[in-house]
Design a protein around this ligand. Structure first.
Ligand code: B12
Ligand code: SF4
Length: 495
């Protein structure tokens, strides 16, 4: 039984896709044949001049009209890709579905089905959770099964079912269709022993096709143990789990040994330091590799890495210096707001501003670039609270390498704590739209006001010479479009 894993545009172009590399490693370990087609990078390498792969252009891939234009202009190429997928001879075709890859994946799935109905189309990826999104995918005519949440083990079980009965069948973690009716196998438990998973298999990707052939991605943990009210991490990944420090290090070594040109690892975790023991052990092992064994291989000595981390008391000055020695060049932190009051409402660690400012300063002074995320108009954030965030930015301007203002300002994702407890936050009318919620307690805090705060923040960052991430640039580019959409929504809602 063979599966072809497909990635459609648009996705990152700097490194190969980690999810596919993890799935293919576990499928092969369990005896299944795998082919991989990264159509994202192939499309990109033909279209690079168009700049459509920049993060701020995600609108292009999500908007039905602009996507239809792309499909029409590239129809022959899409057909040839469908033929190439069929030529792999796989019985199962799996698509990695994200907000930006969904439309083209479904277009290709339709073309594959129209050429060969017998193929089984399976979707997985971040659009396959929560249930509402997954349900809309399984209802697509060309989709036979949807894998909910983390796919490493579920895809293996599904392939076993396929090998037994030739069709998707009752399987934990899978939605499938039976005589046109959607069936659900229920949720699969989170993978308990991450150390037991094989290292990702990047052998199907030609690293030279990617923007940064010296880099590979890695995931050292899944989920996050913190309780931030707005965050949807738990929804997809469930309970927080981490690789042990030793297994993290083994994966890094595995990549460096297999690919002598690779010397940089991007940790794609939500929080690399949620398990402090594993993190600290990894840091020591990586430092030892660089400093004691660097003479053995060039890429050992040059090892570098970056990741996202949570600001916590244990991130001491001494630890930050060790983190730097281990090769870390950048840490991304969620600041979100510099008002203690707002951070308390958010349930955002750390509890006190003192720790927040100290860790940011110690990180920067250790020589590690600091990137920080910010939100605007969180329920309860007054103009005075927002001023505190602006003041914080002025005070700490020298420590930031880049700031990342949230491009949705403050949206409410389904099934987050906020979504499930709207009264606690004084939120009204959010059920129909996650962006345009209003606050019963603060009538000022509406979408255009949140957008205004975002703009004020971006202008201040620019005047302080702090670079903005693409999200900040996107609102500048499309501000009028976003406001028009909001006012159209309000008109429809009124009448
Ligand atoms: C790294 C990252 C990026 C990198 C990608 C680098 C790369 N080459 O991979 C960059 C910075 C480019 C990026 C950009 C964007 N990203 Co991003 N990104 C991430 C991040 C932090 C990690 C991704 C990752 O490697 N995860 C680890 C892998 C193992 O997880 P996975 O891909 O989901 O795969 C698992 C399952 O989904 C499933 N699975 C995946 N594919 C398949 C296929 C089949 C057949 C099956 C059965 C299962 C399956 O099994 C895998 C293993 O368990 C995630 C958050 C997160 N932690 O997941 C956000 C995330 C994926 N990104 C997201 C978004 C929205 C974007 C942007 C659109 C945002 C923007 N406007 O800037 C852009 C789009 C890029 C583009 N140009 O089109 C969202 C996706 C939401 C959604 N519902 O689709 C996420 C979840 C963040 C969030 N919570 O909002 N991103
Ligand atoms: S620390 Fe970050 S990843 Fe964890 S719950 Fe809070 S926002 Fe989400």
């Amino acid at each position: 039984m063979k599966i072809t894993l497909v990635l459609c545009p648009s996705w990152g172009i700097e490194t190969p896709h980690l999810g596919i590399a993890l799935l293919s490693a576990n499928l092969r370990k369990n005896g299944f044949a795998v082919a991989v087609l990264d159509l994202n990078i192939r499309f990109h390498n033909r279209h690079k001049e168009e700049g459509l792969w920049k993060s701020e252009e995600d609108v292009h891939w999500e908007d039905p009209q602009s996507l239809n234009r792309f499909v029409q202009e590239n129809s022959a190429l899409l057909d040839s890709f469908a033929d190439e997928i069929l030529a792999t001879g796989s019985e199962v075709i799996g698509f990695s579905v994200y907000s930006t890859t969904q439309r083209l994946s479904l277009e290709l799935a339709r073309r594959i089905k129209s050429k060969d109905k017998a193929k089984t189309i399976v979707c997985g990826g971040q659009m396959c959770y929560p249930q509402a999104r997954a349900m809309s995918l399984i209802r697509e005519e060309s989709v036979d099964a949807v894998v909910l949440g983390e796919g490493d083990e579920v895809i293996v079980s599904l392939m076993r079912k396929m090998a037994e009965s030739g069709k998707p069948d009752h399987c934990l973690g899978v939605l499938w269709k039976e005589n046109g009716t959607v069936r659900s196998g229920g949720l699969a438990p989170a993978i308990a022993d991450l150390d037991g998973l094989p290292c990702p298999d990047f052998s199907d990707f030609n690293l030279r096709d990617y923007g940064n052939p010296t880099q590979l991605p890695m995931l050292a943990s899944r989920g996050c143990p913190y309780p931030c009210a707005f965050c949807n991490t738990k929804l997809f990944w469930g309970k927080h789990r981490s690789l042990s420090g030793e297994r993290m290090f083994r994966e890094v070594l595995h990549d460096l040994d297999l690919y002598p040109e690779v010397h940089f690892i991007t940790l794609n975790d939500h929080t690399v330091n949620a398990d402090m023991e594993a993190f600290s052990h990894f840091v020591d092992l990586a430092t030892e590799l660089k400093e004691k064994n660097g003479h053995l291989k060039k890429n050992y000595a040059r090892l570098g890495w970056k990741g996202a981390a949570v600001i916590r008391e244990e991130m001491t000055k001494e630890l930050m210096e060790r983190v730097k020695r281990s090769g870390c060049i950048e840490l991304e932190y969620g600041v979100e707001s510099a008002s203690d009051k707002v951070r308390r409402i958010m349930r955002k660690p750390p509890k006190d501003m003192g720790t927040l400012e100290r860790v940011i300063r110690d990180t920067a002074e250790a020589g590690i670039d600091v990137r920080a995320n910010f939100m605007f108009g969180f329920p309860g954030e007054t103009v005075e609270d927002f001023e505190q965030t602006l003041e914080f930015l002025r005070r700490n301007k020298d420590y930031f390498r880049q700031v990342h203002p949230s491009e949705t300002f403050c949206h409410i994702d389904p099934d987050t704590y906020m979504y499930n407890h709207p009264q606690e936050f004084g939120i009204t009318n959010f059920l129909t739209n996650s962006l345009y919620w209003e606050s019963a307690e603060d009538l000022q805090n509406i979408y255009p006001e949140r957008l205004r705060r975002h703009q004020v923040f971006c202008d201040l960052a620019s005047s302080l010479n702090i670079p903005l991430s693409p999200g900040g640039l996107k609102i500048r580019l499309y501000k009028q479009h976003f406001l028009d959409e909001y006012f159209k929504y309000k008109e429809r809602a009124a009448g």
